[in-house]
Design a protein around this ligand. Structure first.
Ligand code: ADP
Ligand code: ZN
Length: 216
């Protein structure tokens, strides 16, 4: 099964991607996380991507396509993949359709006001875990500013600055939102409110994916 999770910054799609991945036993692929890893390790792709990511701009489609293709070569995706943060442009979507068949697209929606608050509370660890200091739920670190998983100090994402956030929301509005109509036409779009508890959103997604029998 191949799924796409789509939604504005801070909608919680990364969190849902992780939950779905555990439940369906299909790996999640976060494009942003792939880029952050390339940048951390100062690879050739990382060096090209760094200024775009820092400014909250999309890395050019050719490079994103290349990175995606390289990642999808891994055997771990042979049963399927849950895309988080890909595709974000019409071109990326066409590229993806040439590679594999998408079963459903899950749109997690949230209002702009909620977005800004969430992003300002978001912290990450180099190990890939993400946290939210304002969250009432599992996203809050057990100890202030320390990663639950590895004990390292949490950092704010370099692109969670007001300027880069504005830029990312603009790109979302202009480039990613137009894809909704396309998925809707294909009858693949599932829309769920991201302004509910994590657990509730997750259940709503499972229900929509027709896993009715397996949740209590
Ligand atoms: P967010 O969804 O909050 O913007 P991500 O972690 O998904 O955060 O992405 C962070 C950054 O990584 C983006 O602002 C962009 O620079 C780069 N990136 C991620 N996905 C893509 C993509 N599909 N195409 C181009 N650039 C991307
Ligand atoms: Zn960590």
């Amino acid at each position: 099964m191949n799924l796409i999770l789509i939604g504005p910054q801070g909608s919680g799609k990364g969190t849902q991607a992780k939950l779905l991945s555990q439940f369906l036993k299909i790996p999640a692929l976060s494009m942003g996380q792939l880029y952050r890893r390339e940048i951390l390790h100062q690879t050739a792709i990382g060096k090209i991507a760094a200024p775009y990511v820092a400014a909250g701009k999309l890395v050019p489609d050719e490079i994103t396509g290349k990175l995606l293709k390289k990642e999808l070569r891994s055997k771990r995706y042979k049963k399927g993949v849950i895309f988080d943060g890909f595709p974000r442009t019409y071109k990326q979507n066409m590229f993806l359709e040439d590679l594999l068949k998408i079963d459903s697209v899950i749109l997690i929606d949230i209002r702009r006001k909620a977005i800004l608050k969430r992003l300002s509370g978001r912290y990450i660890c180099d190990c890939g875990q993400t946290y939210n200091l304002y969250s009432q739920e599992s996203e809050k670190p057990k100890y202030y500013m320390i990663c639950d998983k590895c004990g390292h100090k949490l950092k704010q994402r370099q692109d969670d600055t007001p300027k880069a956030i504005r830029q990312r929301l603009k790109i979302y509005r202009e480039n990613t939102k137009p894809l909704f109509a396309y998925y809707k036409k294909q009858k693949k779009l599932i829309t769920i409110s991201g302004e509910q508890r994590i657990e509730k959103i997750f259940r709503a997604i499972l229900l929509a994916l027709k896993y009715k029998g397996t949740i209590s």
